[in-house]
Design a binder for this molecule. Structure first.
Ligand code: AMP
Ligand code: ZN
Ligand code: ZN
Length: 376
Protein backbone atom coordinates (compact mmCIF):
# COMPACT_ATOMS: atom_id res chain seq x y z
CA UNK A 1 0.00 0.00 0.00
CA UNK A 2 1.00 3.60 -0.56
CA UNK A 3 0.35 5.85 2.43
CA UNK A 4 -0.99 9.24 1.42
CA UNK A 5 -0.96 11.94 4.08
CA UNK A 6 -3.69 14.26 2.93
CA UNK A 7 -3.52 17.91 3.99
CA UNK A 8 -7.03 17.54 5.41
CA UNK A 9 -5.32 15.62 8.23
CA UNK A 10 -6.43 12.17 7.09
CA UNK A 11 -4.17 9.33 5.96
CA UNK A 12 -5.39 7.23 3.05
CA UNK A 13 -3.97 3.93 1.78
CA UNK A 14 -3.88 3.28 -1.94
CA UNK A 15 -2.68 0.21 -3.78
CA UNK A 16 0.66 0.69 -5.55
CA UNK A 17 2.61 1.14 -7.63
CA UNK A 18 0.79 4.09 -9.12
CA UNK A 19 1.48 7.33 -10.91
CA UNK A 20 0.93 10.52 -8.95
CA UNK A 21 -1.64 11.62 -11.54
CA UNK A 22 -3.76 8.51 -10.90
CA UNK A 23 -3.47 8.81 -7.13
CA UNK A 24 -4.79 12.37 -7.28
CA UNK A 25 -7.61 11.37 -9.61
CA UNK A 26 -8.59 8.56 -7.27
CA UNK A 27 -8.69 11.02 -4.36
CA UNK A 28 -10.61 13.59 -6.39
CA UNK A 29 -7.85 16.19 -5.95
CA UNK A 30 -7.16 18.66 -8.77
CA UNK A 31 -3.55 18.55 -9.99
CA UNK A 32 -3.15 22.29 -9.87
CA UNK A 33 -4.13 22.55 -6.23
CA UNK A 34 -1.49 20.39 -4.56
CA UNK A 35 2.20 19.63 -4.34
CA UNK A 36 3.13 16.00 -3.88
CA UNK A 37 6.19 15.37 -1.73
CA UNK A 38 8.07 12.15 -1.02
CA UNK A 39 10.35 13.09 1.86
CA UNK A 40 12.35 16.08 0.66
CA UNK A 41 11.56 15.50 -3.00
CA UNK A 42 8.71 17.00 -5.01
CA UNK A 43 7.00 14.64 -7.45
CA UNK A 44 5.46 15.69 -10.76
CA UNK A 45 2.22 13.95 -11.89
CA UNK A 46 4.01 11.57 -14.24
CA UNK A 47 6.22 10.07 -11.47
CA UNK A 48 5.41 6.64 -10.05
CA UNK A 49 5.05 5.90 -6.34
CA UNK A 50 6.01 2.38 -5.23
CA UNK A 51 4.30 0.01 -2.81
CA UNK A 52 5.21 0.77 0.81
CA UNK A 53 6.16 4.39 0.10
CA UNK A 54 4.67 7.37 1.82
CA UNK A 55 3.76 10.65 0.18
CA UNK A 56 2.39 13.93 1.42
CA UNK A 57 -0.12 16.22 -0.26
CA UNK A 58 0.67 19.87 0.35
CA UNK A 59 -1.95 22.37 -0.72
CA UNK A 60 -0.22 23.82 -3.85
CA UNK A 61 0.74 22.65 -7.47
CA UNK A 62 2.91 20.36 -9.53
CA UNK A 63 3.33 18.93 -13.03
CA UNK A 64 5.75 16.73 -15.01
CA UNK A 65 8.28 16.97 -17.81
CA UNK A 66 11.78 18.37 -18.23
CA UNK A 67 13.00 21.84 -17.34
CA UNK A 68 12.34 24.17 -20.28
CA UNK A 69 15.66 25.93 -19.71
CA UNK A 70 18.20 23.17 -19.03
CA UNK A 71 16.42 19.86 -19.73
CA UNK A 72 16.92 18.39 -16.24
CA UNK A 73 14.03 16.66 -14.44
CA UNK A 74 11.46 19.29 -13.56
CA UNK A 75 10.23 19.76 -10.00
CA UNK A 76 7.28 21.87 -11.04
CA UNK A 77 5.26 22.30 -14.21
CA UNK A 78 3.52 25.54 -14.97
CA UNK A 79 0.88 24.80 -17.59
CA UNK A 80 -0.22 28.44 -17.61
CA UNK A 81 3.24 29.42 -18.89
CA UNK A 82 3.47 26.25 -20.93
CA UNK A 83 6.63 25.54 -18.96
CA UNK A 84 8.31 23.27 -16.47
CA UNK A 85 11.36 24.04 -14.38
CA UNK A 86 14.08 22.35 -12.38
CA UNK A 87 14.68 23.70 -8.90
CA UNK A 88 17.21 26.39 -9.85
CA UNK A 89 15.29 27.63 -12.87
CA UNK A 90 12.06 27.66 -10.89
CA UNK A 91 13.76 29.93 -8.34
CA UNK A 92 14.95 32.15 -11.18
CA UNK A 93 11.39 32.31 -12.56
CA UNK A 94 10.00 33.08 -9.11
CA UNK A 95 12.36 35.99 -8.35
CA UNK A 96 11.82 37.30 -11.86
CA UNK A 97 8.04 37.41 -11.33
CA UNK A 98 8.41 39.28 -8.03
CA UNK A 99 10.85 41.72 -9.63
CA UNK A 100 8.51 42.29 -12.57
CA UNK A 101 5.61 42.99 -10.22
CA UNK A 102 7.63 45.47 -8.16
CA UNK A 103 9.01 47.30 -11.20
CA UNK A 104 5.80 47.32 -13.23
CA UNK A 105 3.94 49.13 -10.45
CA UNK A 106 6.97 51.01 -9.00
CA UNK A 107 6.12 49.55 -5.62
CA UNK A 108 9.32 50.52 -3.78
CA UNK A 109 13.06 50.90 -4.18
CA UNK A 110 16.05 49.68 -2.22
CA UNK A 111 16.01 52.98 -0.31
CA UNK A 112 12.48 52.44 1.10
CA UNK A 113 11.72 50.97 4.50
CA UNK A 114 9.21 48.16 3.94
CA UNK A 115 6.85 46.75 6.56
CA UNK A 116 5.92 43.17 5.61
CA UNK A 117 2.73 41.99 7.31
CA UNK A 118 3.38 38.37 8.26
CA UNK A 119 0.71 35.94 9.37
CA UNK A 120 2.86 32.81 9.72
CA UNK A 121 1.34 31.38 6.52
CA UNK A 122 3.29 30.43 3.39
CA UNK A 123 2.55 33.57 1.39
CA UNK A 124 3.65 36.27 3.78
CA UNK A 125 6.66 34.36 5.15
CA UNK A 126 7.81 33.66 1.59
CA UNK A 127 7.38 37.34 0.73
CA UNK A 128 9.51 38.43 3.67
CA UNK A 129 12.18 35.86 2.79
CA UNK A 130 12.24 36.80 -0.90
CA UNK A 131 12.40 40.57 -0.30
CA UNK A 132 15.28 40.04 2.14
CA UNK A 133 17.13 37.86 -0.37
CA UNK A 134 16.64 40.60 -2.95
CA UNK A 135 18.37 43.04 -0.61
CA UNK A 136 15.33 45.10 0.36
CA UNK A 137 15.09 46.78 3.74
CA UNK A 138 12.12 44.77 5.04
CA UNK A 139 10.95 44.27 8.63
CA UNK A 140 8.01 42.15 9.81
CA UNK A 141 4.74 42.97 11.56
CA UNK A 142 2.74 40.23 13.26
CA UNK A 143 -0.67 40.87 14.80
CA UNK A 144 -1.69 38.40 17.44
CA UNK A 145 -5.44 37.96 17.07
CA UNK A 146 -5.88 35.59 20.00
CA UNK A 147 -7.01 32.54 18.03
CA UNK A 148 -5.71 29.97 20.56
CA UNK A 149 -3.09 27.43 19.44
CA UNK A 150 -3.34 28.70 15.89
CA UNK A 151 -2.07 32.17 16.87
CA UNK A 152 0.65 30.73 19.09
CA UNK A 153 1.93 28.44 16.35
CA UNK A 154 1.85 31.17 13.72
CA UNK A 155 3.75 33.60 15.96
CA UNK A 156 6.38 30.91 16.49
CA UNK A 157 6.85 30.47 12.71
CA UNK A 158 7.09 34.22 12.28
CA UNK A 159 9.68 34.57 15.06
CA UNK A 160 11.75 31.78 13.49
CA UNK A 161 11.79 33.65 10.19
CA UNK A 162 12.80 36.91 11.91
CA UNK A 163 15.73 35.03 13.45
CA UNK A 164 16.74 33.42 10.15
CA UNK A 165 16.65 36.75 8.34
CA UNK A 166 18.05 38.64 11.32
CA UNK A 167 15.38 41.31 10.89
CA UNK A 168 13.19 43.23 13.28
CA UNK A 169 9.73 41.77 14.02
CA UNK A 170 7.06 43.99 15.56
CA UNK A 171 4.40 42.01 17.44
CA UNK A 172 1.05 43.57 18.37
CA UNK A 173 -0.47 41.55 21.23
CA UNK A 174 -4.05 42.54 20.43
CA UNK A 175 -5.71 39.20 21.13
CA UNK A 176 -3.82 38.46 24.34
CA UNK A 177 -3.91 41.99 25.81
CA UNK A 178 -7.16 43.51 24.55
CA UNK A 179 -9.58 40.80 23.51
CA UNK A 180 -9.45 37.67 21.31
CA UNK A 181 -11.25 37.98 17.96
CA UNK A 182 -14.00 35.41 18.65
CA UNK A 183 -15.67 37.08 21.69
CA UNK A 184 -15.08 40.51 20.17
CA UNK A 185 -16.90 39.52 16.98
CA UNK A 186 -19.75 38.07 19.00
CA UNK A 187 -20.15 41.30 20.95
CA UNK A 188 -19.91 43.45 17.84
CA UNK A 189 -22.42 41.17 16.08
CA UNK A 190 -20.07 40.89 13.13
CA UNK A 191 -18.31 37.92 11.54
CA UNK A 192 -14.88 36.99 12.91
CA UNK A 193 -13.33 37.60 9.46
CA UNK A 194 -14.69 41.11 9.18
CA UNK A 195 -13.58 42.11 12.71
CA UNK A 196 -10.20 40.51 12.04
CA UNK A 197 -9.93 42.58 8.83
CA UNK A 198 -10.69 45.80 10.70
CA UNK A 199 -8.07 45.11 13.36
CA UNK A 200 -5.40 44.12 10.82
CA UNK A 201 -5.97 47.09 8.52
CA UNK A 202 -5.83 49.48 11.47
CA UNK A 203 -2.50 48.19 12.79
CA UNK A 204 -0.89 47.76 9.35
CA UNK A 205 -1.36 51.46 8.79
CA UNK A 206 -0.76 52.73 12.30
CA UNK A 207 2.47 50.82 12.84
CA UNK A 208 3.77 51.96 9.44
CA UNK A 209 3.04 55.61 10.29
CA UNK A 210 4.38 55.49 13.84
CA UNK A 211 7.51 53.52 13.05
CA UNK A 212 8.35 55.41 9.87
CA UNK A 213 7.88 52.75 7.20
CA UNK A 214 7.36 53.98 3.63
CA UNK A 215 5.24 51.12 2.43
CA UNK A 216 3.13 48.22 3.75
CA UNK A 217 3.48 44.87 1.91
CA UNK A 218 1.13 41.90 2.16
CA UNK A 219 1.43 38.34 0.85
CA UNK A 220 -1.64 38.36 -1.43
CA UNK A 221 -1.11 36.08 -4.43
CA UNK A 222 -2.64 35.71 -7.90
CA UNK A 223 -5.36 33.35 -6.61
CA UNK A 224 -6.38 35.87 -3.93
CA UNK A 225 -6.57 38.71 -6.42
CA UNK A 226 -8.41 36.71 -9.07
CA UNK A 227 -10.98 35.44 -6.56
CA UNK A 228 -11.56 38.97 -5.32
CA UNK A 229 -11.95 40.30 -8.85
CA UNK A 230 -14.41 37.56 -9.75
CA UNK A 231 -16.42 38.32 -6.59
CA UNK A 232 -16.53 42.03 -7.36
CA UNK A 233 -17.55 41.42 -10.96
CA UNK A 234 -20.22 38.87 -10.08
CA UNK A 235 -21.79 41.62 -7.95
CA UNK A 236 -20.98 44.32 -10.52
CA UNK A 237 -19.46 46.36 -7.76
CA UNK A 238 -17.77 48.85 -10.10
CA UNK A 239 -16.16 51.07 -7.41
CA UNK A 240 -14.51 48.01 -5.85
CA UNK A 241 -13.41 46.70 -9.24
CA UNK A 242 -11.96 50.13 -10.07
CA UNK A 243 -9.97 50.23 -6.83
CA UNK A 244 -8.53 46.76 -7.12
CA UNK A 245 -4.81 46.99 -7.80
CA UNK A 246 -1.48 45.53 -6.65
CA UNK A 247 -0.69 49.06 -5.40
CA UNK A 248 -2.88 51.37 -3.35
CA UNK A 249 -1.25 54.76 -3.36
CA UNK A 250 -0.71 56.72 -0.18
CA UNK A 251 -3.74 58.92 0.47
CA UNK A 252 -5.86 60.37 3.20
CA UNK A 253 -3.64 59.23 6.06
CA UNK A 254 -3.16 55.76 4.62
CA UNK A 255 0.33 54.50 3.85
CA UNK A 256 0.96 53.04 0.40
CA UNK A 257 0.05 49.35 0.26
CA UNK A 258 1.56 46.80 -2.12
CA UNK A 259 1.19 43.14 -3.06
CA UNK A 260 4.51 42.15 -4.66
CA UNK A 261 3.51 38.51 -5.30
CA UNK A 262 0.36 39.19 -7.32
CA UNK A 263 1.92 37.47 -10.36
CA UNK A 264 2.47 34.17 -8.52
CA UNK A 265 -0.10 31.48 -7.74
CA UNK A 266 -0.71 29.86 -4.40
CA UNK A 267 0.84 26.64 -5.72
CA UNK A 268 3.97 28.32 -6.97
CA UNK A 269 4.44 30.02 -3.60
CA UNK A 270 3.89 26.77 -1.70
CA UNK A 271 6.41 25.02 -3.96
CA UNK A 272 8.92 27.82 -3.40
CA UNK A 273 8.39 27.67 0.37
CA UNK A 274 8.79 23.89 0.38
CA UNK A 275 11.96 23.93 -1.71
CA UNK A 276 13.48 26.65 0.48
CA UNK A 277 12.50 24.83 3.67
CA UNK A 278 10.49 27.80 4.85
CA UNK A 279 8.57 26.63 7.91
CA UNK A 280 5.02 27.91 7.81
CA UNK A 281 1.73 27.09 9.45
CA UNK A 282 -0.13 24.55 7.29
CA UNK A 283 -3.35 24.72 9.27
CA UNK A 284 -6.11 26.97 7.95
CA UNK A 285 -7.41 29.64 10.32
CA UNK A 286 -10.01 27.83 12.49
CA UNK A 287 -12.35 30.84 12.49
CA UNK A 288 -15.16 30.72 9.95
CA UNK A 289 -13.34 31.47 6.72
CA UNK A 290 -14.88 33.79 4.19
CA UNK A 291 -16.62 30.96 2.37
CA UNK A 292 -17.44 32.86 -0.81
CA UNK A 293 -13.80 33.58 -1.56
CA UNK A 294 -13.01 29.88 -1.08
CA UNK A 295 -15.87 29.01 -3.43
CA UNK A 296 -14.51 31.37 -6.10
CA UNK A 297 -11.03 29.88 -5.70
CA UNK A 298 -12.45 26.38 -6.14
CA UNK A 299 -14.40 27.39 -9.22
CA UNK A 300 -11.37 29.14 -10.73
CA UNK A 301 -9.16 26.09 -10.10
CA UNK A 302 -11.68 23.92 -11.91
CA UNK A 303 -11.58 26.21 -14.93
CA UNK A 304 -7.79 26.45 -14.70
CA UNK A 305 -7.44 22.65 -14.76
CA UNK A 306 -9.30 22.48 -18.09
CA UNK A 307 -7.99 25.74 -19.48
CA UNK A 308 -4.56 26.62 -18.07
CA UNK A 309 -3.75 30.30 -18.02
CA UNK A 310 -7.30 31.50 -17.40
CA UNK A 311 -6.57 33.01 -13.97
CA UNK A 312 -3.41 34.70 -15.16
CA UNK A 313 -5.14 36.15 -18.25
CA UNK A 314 -8.25 37.25 -16.35
CA UNK A 315 -6.28 39.28 -13.82
CA UNK A 316 -3.39 40.60 -15.91
CA UNK A 317 -5.72 41.70 -18.72
CA UNK A 318 -7.92 43.37 -16.13
CA UNK A 319 -4.91 45.38 -14.92
CA UNK A 320 -4.34 46.62 -18.48
CA UNK A 321 -7.98 47.64 -18.79
CA UNK A 322 -8.75 48.82 -15.27
CA UNK A 323 -8.76 52.48 -16.42
CA UNK A 324 -12.13 51.70 -18.03
CA UNK A 325 -13.59 50.87 -14.61
CA UNK A 326 -11.90 53.86 -13.00
CA UNK A 327 -13.58 56.13 -15.56
CA UNK A 328 -16.95 54.53 -14.76
CA UNK A 329 -16.66 55.23 -11.06
CA UNK A 330 -15.16 58.68 -11.08
CA UNK A 331 -17.03 60.00 -8.04
CA UNK A 332 -14.63 61.51 -5.54
CA UNK A 333 -14.29 59.33 -2.52
CA UNK A 334 -15.53 60.95 0.68
CA UNK A 335 -12.69 61.64 3.11
CA UNK A 336 -12.72 62.08 6.84
CA UNK A 337 -10.85 61.57 10.05
CA UNK A 338 -11.76 59.56 13.12
CA UNK A 339 -12.42 61.92 16.05
CA UNK A 340 -10.91 59.41 18.48
CA UNK A 341 -7.67 58.17 16.89
CA UNK A 342 -7.21 60.72 14.09
CA UNK A 343 -6.88 57.94 11.53
CA UNK A 344 -8.72 57.87 8.20
CA UNK A 345 -12.44 57.19 8.51
CA UNK A 346 -15.66 57.82 6.62
CA UNK A 347 -17.67 57.92 9.84
CA UNK A 348 -17.11 60.14 12.89
CA UNK A 349 -15.52 57.27 14.82
CA UNK A 350 -13.62 54.65 12.80
CA UNK A 351 -14.66 51.02 12.97
CA UNK A 352 -11.56 50.06 14.96
CA UNK A 353 -12.24 52.68 17.66
CA UNK A 354 -15.85 51.51 17.85
CA UNK A 355 -14.56 48.02 18.58
CA UNK A 356 -12.27 49.38 21.32
CA UNK A 357 -15.17 51.26 22.89
CA UNK A 358 -17.10 48.05 23.08
CA UNK A 359 -14.25 46.36 24.94
CA UNK A 360 -13.93 49.30 27.35
CA UNK A 361 -17.65 49.30 28.10
CA UNK A 362 -17.45 45.60 28.80
CA UNK A 363 -14.52 46.08 31.17
CA UNK A 364 -16.29 48.87 33.04
CA UNK A 365 -19.41 46.83 33.57
CA UNK A 366 -17.27 43.96 34.88
CA UNK A 367 -15.59 46.32 37.39
CA UNK A 368 -18.90 47.50 38.83
CA UNK A 369 -19.50 46.04 42.31
CA UNK A 370 -22.18 43.41 42.63
CA UNK A 371 -25.60 44.89 43.20
CA UNK A 372 -24.46 48.30 41.90
CA UNK A 373 -27.33 48.40 39.44
CA UNK A 374 -30.02 47.92 42.10
CA UNK A 375 -28.67 50.55 44.52
CA UNK A 376 -28.88 53.35 41.95
P1 AMP B 1 -5.62 37.00 4.70
O1 AMP B 1 -6.49 38.18 4.83
O2 AMP B 1 -5.62 36.11 5.90
O3 AMP B 1 -5.77 36.27 3.41
O4 AMP B 1 -4.13 37.59 4.67
C1 AMP B 1 -3.72 38.48 3.68
C2 AMP B 1 -2.38 39.08 4.05
O5 AMP B 1 -2.51 39.85 5.24
C3 AMP B 1 -1.29 38.06 4.37
O6 AMP B 1 -0.62 37.64 3.20
C4 AMP B 1 -0.39 38.83 5.29
O7 AMP B 1 0.49 39.65 4.55
C5 AMP B 1 -1.35 39.72 6.04
N1 AMP B 1 -1.75 39.13 7.35
C6 AMP B 1 -2.73 38.23 7.59
N2 AMP B 1 -2.82 37.94 8.90
C7 AMP B 1 -1.89 38.68 9.54
C8 AMP B 1 -1.46 38.83 10.91
N3 AMP B 1 -2.05 38.15 11.90
N4 AMP B 1 -0.45 39.68 11.18
C9 AMP B 1 0.16 40.37 10.19
N5 AMP B 1 -0.19 40.27 8.89
C10 AMP B 1 -1.18 39.43 8.54
ZN1 ZN C 1 16.65 23.95 -15.36
ZN1 ZN D 1 -10.30 55.65 15.19
Amino acid sequence: MIRVNHYNGKTVEIEGPKRVREILKQLGVLENTVLVARGDELLTPDRTVQEGEEIELIPVISGGMKCKVCGQTAVISLPRHNSAFCRDHFFEFFYHQVKRGINQFRMFTHRDRILVCVSGGKDSLTLWYVLSQMGYNADGLYIDLGIGDYSEASLEMTEKMAETLNRRLIVIPFGSQKMPIAPLAKRARRTACSVCGTVKRYYFNRVALEEGYDVVATGHNLDDEVARLLGNILRWNIPFVAKQSPVLEEENGLRRKVKPMFRLTEQEIAAFAFLNRIQYIRQECPMSRDSTSLLYKRALNLIEEESPGTKHFFYLEFLKKSHIFKALSSDEEPRGTCTVCGGPSLTEVCSFCRLLRRIEKEEQSMKQPLGAETTE
